[in-house]
Design a protein around this ligand. Structure first.
Ligand code: LMR
Length: 397
C-alpha cells in the first residue's frame, strides 16, 4: 500500500523527556529537561499580566477574522521596541519591521526559508553546540549548515576558537548568534567578546541572525538586549528572531517575530513582501491570541511594568537556584567542579555531566535532563537542592 515503505523516526529528544518525566511514578523526580520555567510549586505559571490581558481581550475582541501576513501591527510595533529599544534610530527611519510568527521556532523557519529563497548560495554558521532544532530547521530549508566552535570538550567558552573560525567564514554567509542565555550551554559572551565578534562580522560582511529567545532571563530585559542593539546600530542588515514563549509564559500560544533591519525603508518593504509570501506557504497567517496578549501588555505602561516585575522575579529565582545548587554541591567537594553553573545565564546549564552520568541520574534518581548534560535550572525545586546534589554526587562517583 501507499504507506508501506514508511519507517519510524525517533521522537524529539527534548520533548520526549517531557513524556518520560510525566510517566515516572517516583514522587522525588526532577524535571530538568525541556526549557520551560517552573515556579516554587513546580508549575509553569501564566503571568498575572497575561491573565489580565486575556480577560480584556475576551471582553473587547469582536472578530476572529484573519490577521494579515505580518500579523498584528500593534504587536509588531511593541515587539520592535522591546527588542531594539523605543528610541532606536532604525525604527524612526522605518528600517526595521517585525513579522509575527508561530513562536521563535516559526521565526527561525521563516528566516531559513527567506535565506534559501532570497539569498541563494549563502550558508549559515551555527555555534557548536547549539539548540538541536537550529540544525534541523536550516537543513529542512535546504540551507547549508556549518559550525563555529563555542564551548569545547572542557566545558568552557572558547571565544578565541570561535573568532578564528568566523574569520575564515566565506564572505556574505549568515552567522547565527544567541543574544543571551545560550541554549544549550548557558555560557554568554561578555561585552568585549561581542565587540570582537561584531568586528569580524563587519570585516567578513556576514549577515548576522540573532536568536533572542530568552529576553529577560539573563541579566534583565534591557541588559539582555545589549548585544542585539549593538549589532542593530553597527551593521547595515540584520535578522532577529524573538520569542515570547518564555518571558510571557505563552509557550503553547506560539508567539514570536522575525525582525528584519534593512538599509532603507524602501528595501524593507521589498523584504517584507517576500516574507509575507513565504509565510503564506508555511502557515498562511499567524495565530492571533498570544500576539494580541503581548500587544495588550506592552502598549499599556501599567500592565507592562507589572509584567516586567514578573519576568524579573523569574530571572531572580533562576539566579538563586544556580547559586543554591553550587552551594548544595559544596559538602560533596564538588563546588569547584560545578562553579560554572553560577556563572552561566538563563534557564540552561551545560553541567559537564557525561551522557553516562545523565543516564545514571535518570535511571537511579529520576533526574531528567538532556543527554548532552544540559539541565534546565529553572526546573529545580528549591526545597530539594540537597537531594539533587546527592544524586549528582552519586552519579559522579
Ligand atoms: C528547549 O530547548 O528545551 C526549548 O527551547 C524548548 C524546545 O522547543 O526545545
Amino acid at each position: 500500500m501507499h504507506f508501506d515503505a514508511i519507517g519510524r523516526v525517533p521522537g524529539d529528544p527534548i520533548l520526549g523527556l517531557m513524556e518520560a518525566y510525566a510517566q515516572d511514578a517516583n514522587p522525588r523526580k526532577f524535571d530538568l529537561g525541556v526549557g520551560v520555567y517552573k515556579d516554587a510549586q513546580g508549575l509553569t505559571p501564566i503571568p498575572e499580566a497575561v491573565k489580565i490581558a486575556e480577560a480584556r481581550l475576551v471582553e473587547s475582541q469582536d472578530t476572529k477574522t484573519y490577521i494579515g501576513g505580518h500579523g498584528n501591527p500593534l504587536f509588531g510595533k511593541v515587539i520592535n521596541e522591546l527588542v531594539l529599544g523605543a528610541d532606536s534610530q532604525l525604527l524612526t527611519e522605518q528600517r526595521a519591521g517585525a513579522t509575527q510568527t508561530p513562536g521563535g521556532t516559526g521565526a527561525l523557519r521563516l528566516a531559513a526559508d527567506f535565506i534559501a529563497q532570497c539569498l541563494p548560495g549563502k550558508g549559515v554558521w551555527l555555534s557548536n553546540p547549539t539548540w538541536p532544532i537550529h540544525e534541523t530547521i536550516f537543513a529542512a530549508a535546504k540551507v547549508k549548515v556549518s559550525h563555529y566552535p563555542y564551548v569545547g570538550s572542557d566545558n568552557r567558552l572558547d571565544v578565541e576558537a570561535m573568532l578564528a573560525v568566523l574569520r575564515e567564514v566565506p564572505k556574505g554567509d549568515v552567522v547565527l548568534l544567541h543574544a543571551c542565555c545560550h541554549n544549550p550551554t548557558g555560557f554568554d559572551l561578555s561585552h568585549d567578546d561581542w565587540k570582537r565578534v561584531l568586528e569580524v562580522v563587519r570585516n567578513r560582511v556576514l549577515l548576522p541572525l540573532i536568536d533572542f529567545a530568552y529576553q529577560g532571563f539573563g541579566d534583565g530585559l534591557e541588559q539582555d538586549a545589549w548585544s542585539t542593539r549593538l549589532f542593530a546600530a553597527q551593521v547595515p542588515e540584520l535578522l532577529i528572531t524573538s520569542s515570547c514563549s518564555k518571558n510571557f509564559g505563552l509557550y503553547r500560544d506560539r508567539t514570536g517575530a522575525l525582525i528584519v533591519c534593512a538599509t532603507s525603508a524602501d528595501k524593507l518593504i521589498d523584504i517584507r513582501s517576500q516574507l509575507a509570501n513565504i509565510a503564506r506557504n508555511l502557515w498562511s497567517t499567524p495565530p492571533d491570541h498570544g500576539a494580541a496578549v503581548v500587544a495588550t501588555i506592552l502598549a499599556d505602561p501599567e500592565l507592562k511594568a507589572r509584567w516586567a516585575d514578573e519576568v524579573e522575579a523569574m530571572r531572580l529565582r533562576i539566579a538563586q537556584l544556580r547559586s543554591g545548587l553550587v552551594e548544595a554541591l559544596e559538602p560533596h567537594g564538588l563546588r569547584e567542579r560545578f562553579a560554572h553553573i553560577g556563572v552561566q545565564r538563563g534557564m540552561f546549564s551545560y553541567t559537564g555531566l557525561s551522557p553516562e552520568q545523565v543516564k545514571t541520574l535518570r535511571e537511579r534518581h529520576s533526574v531528567y535532563m538532556v543527554s548532552s548534560g544540559r539541565a534546565n535550572v529553572a526546573g529545580i525545586d528549591a526545597t530539594r537542592l540537597a537531594l539533587l546534589a546527592d544524586a549528582i554526587a552519586s552519579a559522579c562517583k
